[in-house]
Write a protein that binds this ligand. Structure first.
Ligand SMILES: Cc1ncc(C[n+]2csc(CCOP(=O)(O)OP(=O)(O)O)c2C)c(N)n1
Length: 619
C-alpha cells in the first residue's frame, strides 16, 4: 500500500516543514501520474495545483473551513490528502471516485461541481451564511484563469466587492484553459505576471537597498515593505482593488515559503481578498508541461514512460467528423465562422483554428456570449457554427430562446456529447438538450445516424433559413465522404419495412435498433424501422401513415423521456385516439459516473432491452 493510501485526513500536514512539504508534493505528483496513466483523468490541471493545495491544507483547517475548487477537476491532491487516495484505482469509474468535487463523496467536499465558473458565487453564499451565523469559518474559492473568463465569476465578484464580506479567492493562473487561454483578461494576467512592475521593482529595491548598510538593514527588517511590493507595484491588480477586493500577486505557486506567507495574510485579512497564484500546468510530467494543445488536460489511459496515449479505436469521433466537414465548407465560404466556448481541443477544431484563423473564434468559457455573438454575426450576414457540448449548452439556453430563436437567425448549433457521456458523471451527461430545445419555436433539431447523414445535415443547415441544431454523441464511427445531399426539413427515412411492429429511432441508437430487428427477424418477427433524423419539425405525413397501420410503435431514443421526441409523438398520437405508442428513453434521474455502455444498461436502453420490449408489446 502506498503511504498516501493510509492517510485518513490532512491534519498531519500542519506539522510538516517546507522540506517535508516538498517531499509530499513529489509523492503526490508521482501518485497522480501513476494512477491517471491507468484510469485516465484530468492530469495537467492536477499536477499544477499540488503545491497550492498542500499549502492550503497547511494554512487552513479542512475540518472547519470550506475549500471550493472551480470545475472541481483539479481536486485530486485534495482528495488524496483527505483520505481518498485508496480509491484512485476507480477514479471516474462506475461506483468509484468522482472526477470532480462531490457532496456525496466526502464530508470534505462542500459542493457539487463539474461546470466552470461557479466557485465564487458558491463561496459568496457560504460567506453570507457565515456572516448571519457569526462564524469565523474561512471560505476559499480556487478558480483557474480559464474559468475566470466566465461571466458567472464576475457576477459573483461584483456582488462580493459590494458586500465586503470575508471570502478568499485564489486565482490559479497557469496561463491555460484546456489549451492556451484567450481573451483580454488573459492578456491582463499575462502582463501582471511578466510585469517589470513586481519582479524588477523588487529586484531594483533589493539592489538599491543592499548597497548600504542601513539599506540592507531596512530590506531585511521591513517585511511589510516587501509584502507591499506585491500590491503597490502591480498596478494592474487594481482592477480588483477598485471593485473592493484586495489583490496580492503574482505569487509563485510552487514556492512553499511564498505560498504559505500569502495564504496566512489572506487568512488574517478582513473582507474579500484575491491571491493571484501563478502555477505551471502539468508540472512534474514533461509531456504535460510541454503540452499547449490540451491533450493532457483530460486524457484517457496512457503510457507513463512515454506519455503516449493508449488508443482504444482507430475510428474517428463524431466531433472529428463534423469539424472536418465544416472545415471543407468553410474553406469555400468565407462567411462561415466557427465558434467555440473554450473547447477547441474537445470539439476537434484545431485544423480550422490553424488553417482558417479568420473564421475561427474562441471566446473562452463563455457559452452565453458565444451564442449571442453568433446571433448577431448571423444577423449581419455571416454563417456562424457554434460547437458546444450538450451539458454546457445548458448555460446558453436563454441565448437560444431569447436571442437566436426569436430573431430566427441563421445560426447552426453543433451539439457535441449529446446523450450519455462516459466518465464525467452527472454534470456532463448530455440528456437535457433535447427536452430544453424541444419547446423552443422556430428551431430545427436533427441528429444524424452516421457520418454521411451528418454531412447531409450540415449541408442542409447551410441552405436553410433560421436556427438549426445538429446533435451527436461522444462516439467513434466510420468516416465516409461522399457528396452531401440536401434533406427536406422534417423528413424521416424508412430504413426497413415491416408488418408486426414499428420502431422509430435516430442517431447511433438506430444501429442498435437494427441489430435487435435482425435478431427478431430470425424469429419471424417483422419490424418496421424509421430513421427520425429530424426531431423537430418531425415528419407528420409519414407519422400519420404509420398511425394508420395500427401497429404498436416504439420510440427508442437517447434522451430524457420528458420532452423527448417520443413524448411529443405520444401526445400527438393520443390526439387522434392512437394509444399504442410507447417510449424508451432515460428516466428522470441524474446519471452518475460510468461508461456509456454502463449508463445505457442502467437506463434499460440496451439492444436486449429493446428486444424484450418489442416481444412484450407483441404478446
Ligand atoms: C460551463 C463549462 N464549460 C466548459 C467546461 C469544460 N472545461 C473543463 S475544465 C476547463 C478549463 C478550465 O481552465 P482553468 O479554469 O484555467 O483550469 P485549469 O484546467 O487550467 O487548471 C474547461 C473549458 C466546463 N467544465 N464547464
Amino acid at each position: 500500500m502506498n503511504d498516501l493510501e493510509k492517510i485518513k485526513n490532512a491534519d498531519f500536514i500542519k506539522d510538516l516543514n517546507n522540506e517535508e512539504l516538498e517531499k509530499l508534493s513529489q509523492k503526490v505528483r508521482e501518485f497522480i501520474i501513476n494512477k491517471v496513466a491507468k484510469t485516465g483523468g484530468h492530469l495537467s490541471s492536477n499536477l499544477g495545483v499540488v503545491d497550492l493545495t498542500i499549502a492550503l491544507l497547511k494554512v487552513f483547517d479542512v475540518n472547519k473551513d470550506i475549500i471550493l475548487f472551480d470545475v472541481g477537476h483539479q481536486a485530486y491532491t485534495y482528495k488524496i490528502l483527505t483520505g481518498r487516495a485508496k480509491d484512485f484505482d476507480k477514479l471516474r469509474k462506475k461506483d468509484g471516485l468522482c472526477g470532480f468535487q462531490s457532496l456525496k463523496e466526502s464530508k470534505y467536499d462542500h459542493y457539487e461541481t463539474g461546470h466552470s465558473g461557479t466557485s465564487i458565487s458558491a463561496g459568496v453564499g457560504f460567506a453570507l451564511a457565515n456572516k448571519l451565523d457569526n462564524s469565523d469559518r474561512n471560505i476559499i474559492s480556487v478558480i483557474g484563469d480559464g474559468s475566470f473568463s466566465n461571466g458567472l465569476a464576475y457576477e459573483a465578484i461584483n456582488h462580493l466587492g459590494d458586500l465586503g464580506i470575508k471570502q478568499i479567492i485564489i486565482l490559479n493562473d497557469n496561463q491555460m484553459s484546456i489549451s492556451l487561454n484567450v481573451g483580454a483578461l488573459h492578456n491582463l494576467l499575462d502582463s501582471i505576471r511578466s510585469a517589470k512592475g513586481y519582479n524588477s521593482v523588487k529586484k531594483d529595491a533589493k539592489k538599491t537597498l543592499k548597497k548600504s548598510k542601513i539599506g540592507n538593514f531596512i530590506y531585511n527588517k521591513l517585511d511589510s515593505f516587501k509584502d507591499s511590493l506585491k500590491r503597490i507595484h502591480v498596478r494592474q491588480g487594481s482592477m480588483f482593488e477598485d471593485l473592493g477586493i484586495k489583490y496580492y500577486g503574482p505569487i509563485n505557486g510552487h514556492d512553499y515559503k511564498e505560498l504559505i506567507k500569502y495564504l496566512q495574510i489572506a487568512k488574517e485579512a478582513e473582507g474579500p481578498i484575491l491571491l493571484h497564484v501563478v502555477t505551471q500546468k502539468g508540472r512534474g510530467y514533461l509531456p504535460a508541461e510541454n503540452d499547449s494543445e490540451g491533450k493532457y488536460h483530460g486524457i484517457g489511459s496512457f503510457d507513463e514512460k512515454t506519455g503516449l496515449i493508449t488508443a482504444k479505436t482507430n475510428l474517428p469521433s463524431y466531433s472529428e467528423i463534423i469539424s472536418s466537414y465544416v472545415y471543407n465548407y468553410a474553406k469555400k465560404d468565407k462567411d462561415i465562422i466557427c465558434i467555440t466556448p473554450g473547447m477547441c481541443y474537445g470539439s476537434k477544431l484545431e485544423v480550422i483554428k490553424e488553417k482558417l484563423p479568420l473564421q475561427y473564434i474562441d471566446v473562452g468559457i463563455c457559452e452565453e456570449h458565444a451564442l449571442v455573438m453568433a446571433n448577431t454575426l448571423a444577423l449581419a450576414g455571416k454563417k456562424p457554427f457554434v460547437f458546444i457540448y450538450s451539458s454546457f449548452m445548458q448555460r446558453g439556453i436563454d441565448a437560444v430562446i431569447h436571442d437566436i430563436a426569436r430573431c430566427q437567425s441563421n445560426v447552426t448549433i453543433c451539439i457535441d456529447r449529446a446523450g450519455f457521456v462516459s466518465e464525467d458523471g452527472s454534470s456532463h451527461q448530455g440528456l437535457f438538450d433535447l427536452p430544453l430545445f424541444y419547446s423552443i419555436p422556430n428551431i430545427v433539431i436533427s441528429q444524424p445516424k452516421d457520418a454521411q447523414e451528418a454531412n447531409n445535415l450540415l449541408f442542409t443547415a447551410l441552405k436553410t433559413e433560421g436556427p438549426f441544431v445538429i446533435r451527436y454523441p461522444k462516439e467513434n464511427i466510420k468516416y465516409d465522404y461522399s457528396l452531401a445531399k440536401p434533406l427536406e426539413i422534417g423528413s424521416w427515412e424508412v430504413i426497413r419495412k415491416g408488418s408486426d411492429i414499428i420502431v422509430i429511432s435516430y442517431g447511433v441508437f438506430l444501429a442498435k435498433a437494427l441489430n435487435t430487428v435482425e435478431k427478431l427477424s430470425k424469429e419471424h418477427i417483422d419490424v418496421m424501422v424509421i430513421n427520425a433524423r429530424f426531431l423537430k419539425p418531425y415528419d407528420t405525413r409519414l407519422f400519420n401513415e404509420l398511425l394508420k397501420m395500427h401497429l404498436p410503435i416504439i420510440v427508442y431514443e437517447e434522451s430524457y423521456l420528458s420532452g423527448s421526441l417520443g413524448s411529443v409523438l405520444a401526445i400527438d398520437a393520443q390526439e387522434v385516439g392512437f394509444n399504442k405508442l410507447f417510449v424508451m428513453g432515460a428516466k428522470n434521474v441524474f446519471y452518475e459516473t460510468a461508461t456509456r455502455e454502463e449508463l445505457i444498461k442502467e437506463a434499460h436502453l440496451t439492444e436486449e432491452d429493446l428486444y424484450e420490449h418489442i416481444k412484450r408489446r407483441l404478446r
